[in-house]
Structures are given as structure tokens and as C-alpha cells.
Design a protein around this ligand. Structure first.
Ligand code: PGA
Length: 248
């Protein structure tokens, strides 16, 4: 049985004051322990958020890391630095990074390699655009993004995949539970083909306009192992309700 995981992707949002309010409710959530919870604030807040969750079951994640080693790379934050400030996780390959910052599959594979070399667990995001879905290529696109990383960096069962259809991110549109299930199953079957020993253990999250009102139905699907939550992770009652919806 895979334990459900709910990860909050705060994106470029937050302030010391707002973070403190949000974290108060999250660390008090009754479902912690039955559900794994990760919060991913912007880089400058990692140490203070890390302090706020230390001693609780909430884990810390970064939203990105550098594809380079440390050195003369102005503005870059290495995976080792993230691990140094107590991150256990890092979101990589988010569609906003792919679309707005031109991250290719090769760059993402490189970042994943840096992450695991530093002891971080990747949350690898993949997903198709609306045009790709409408032209019947959703599965092909998502599987290609998955293979680009899985076949160049040997995965293990601690990795997490987040299927996030681009058209559902921040739009209020969510994949139907059946569409999410069918994609998650295709992804798991593909993982099974190459890495049979981890296929039933690896968690595949759904992301894209997850909220308290649609979480339970999505989580009832056999291959949906939790959620990567953007907008709703910034509203404490919403995020806590999503965590509660993941209790089996
Ligand atoms: P959303 O974002 O929940 O606001 O759609 C999800 C994500 O981008 O990870």
C-alpha cells in the first residue's frame, strides 16, 4: 500500500508573516502521520519554514535546484544547499519551469541527478498542454517526459512523479478522476516495463487545480497517490482539508 503524499507548491508567494499563519494550521493537522505532507516555499523562506516544521511530521521541499555544481553561477541555488537547509524534497520539471524558463528534458534530468546526489528526493512533474491533449497526444507527451528522466537517471521507489496537465494548472479546470486514473495507470505501466521492482511502490501525484471539493474523488482512484497543490496550498483551511481527504 502506498501512503498518500500531499505537497504544497507555494510558487513565488509568501512573506514571513503569511508563512507563519499558514504553517500553524498545517503542523496542527490531525491527519499528519497517516498522510505524508511536504511544503515547498520559495528559497529565501526555506530556513524559517524548516524551523517552523521541525519536530512535526511536515517535510520541507524546494521548488527547483541548479543543474550545475556549486561555483561561479550567479543566482543559482545548488541541490546541496537545499539539503543543507534541511530540504528532503525538490520539485523538478514543473511546467512553469519548462514553459517560462525553457527547461528541457535534458536539463531536468541533470537537475534530478544533482538532487539525488545531494540526498534530495525528486518530485518530477510531467504533463501535456491543451493542444497536445486535444490532438490525442497526451499520453505520448507525458511518457516521453517521464522516460527522458527515468531512462537517464536510475530511479528508486522514493521518487515521486506528479502528473500535472498544463491546462489544469491554476485554471480551475481539473482532469476528471477517470482521466487522471487512466494517465496514472499508463505512467505506472510504463515504469513497470523498465523498472518492475519499483512500479507498485512509486507514488504518482495528480496536480492541477486540486481543492478540497475535488480531492476525495481524485484520491479514490487506485493509481492516484496524492496531490501536488498550488493555489489551494496557500489557504490553510483548503490545504488542511485536502490533507484530510487523503486519509484512507
Ligand atoms: P494549482 O497548481 O493547484 O494552482 O493548479 C498546481 C501546480 O502548479 O503544482
Amino acid at each position: 500500500m502506498r501512503k498518500k503524499l500531499i505537497a504544497g507548491n507555494w510558487k513565488s508567494n509568501g512573506s514571513l508573516e503569511r508563512n507563519a499563519d499558514l504553517l500553524d494550521s498545517i503542523v496542527g493537522a490531525k491527519a499528519l502521520g497517516s498522510v505524508d505532507v511536504v511544503v515547498c516555499p520559495p528559497f529565501p523562506y526555506l530556513p524559517s519554514v524548516g524551523d517552523a516544521v521541525s519536530g512535526s511530521k511536515v517535510e520541507l521541499g524546494a521548488q527547483n535546484c541548479s543543474a550545475t555544481e556549486e561555483g561561479a553561477y550567479t543566482g543559482e541555488v545548488s541541490a546541496r544547499m537545499c539539503a543543507d537547509v534541511k530540504c528532503s524534497w525538490v520539485i523538478l520539471g514543473h511546467s512553469e519551469r519548462r514553459a517560462l524558463f525553457a527547461e528541457s528534458d535534458d536539463v531536468i534530468a541533470c537537475k534530478v541527478k544533482r538532487a539525488i546526489d545531494s540526498g534530495l528526493k525528486p518530485i518530477l512533474c510531467i504533463g501535456e498542454t491543451l493542444e497536445e491533449r486535444e490532438s490525442g497526444r497526451a499520453e505520448e507527451v507525458a511518457l516521453k517526459q517521464l522516460d527522458a528522466v527515468f531512462l537517464s537517471v536510475q530511479p528508486d521507489e522514493s521518487w515521486v512523479v506528479a502528473y500535472e496537465p498544463v491546462w489544469a494548472i491554476g485554471t480551475g479546470k481539473t482532469a476528471s478522476p477517470n482521466d487522471a486514473q487512466s494517465m496514472h495507470k499508463a505512467l505506472r505501466d510504463n515504469i513497470r516495463k523498465h523498472f518492475p521492482q519499483i512500479a507498485d511502490k512509486i507514488r504518482i501525484l495528480y496536480g492541477g487545480s486540486v481543492k478540497s471539493s475535488n480531492a476525495k474523488e481524485l484520491f479514490s482512484m487506485p493509481d492516484v497517490d496524492g496531490a501536488l497543490v498550488g493555489g489551494a496550498s496557500l489557504v490553510s483551511e483548503e490545504f488542511v482539508s485536502i490533507i484530510e481527504a487523503a486519509v484512507e
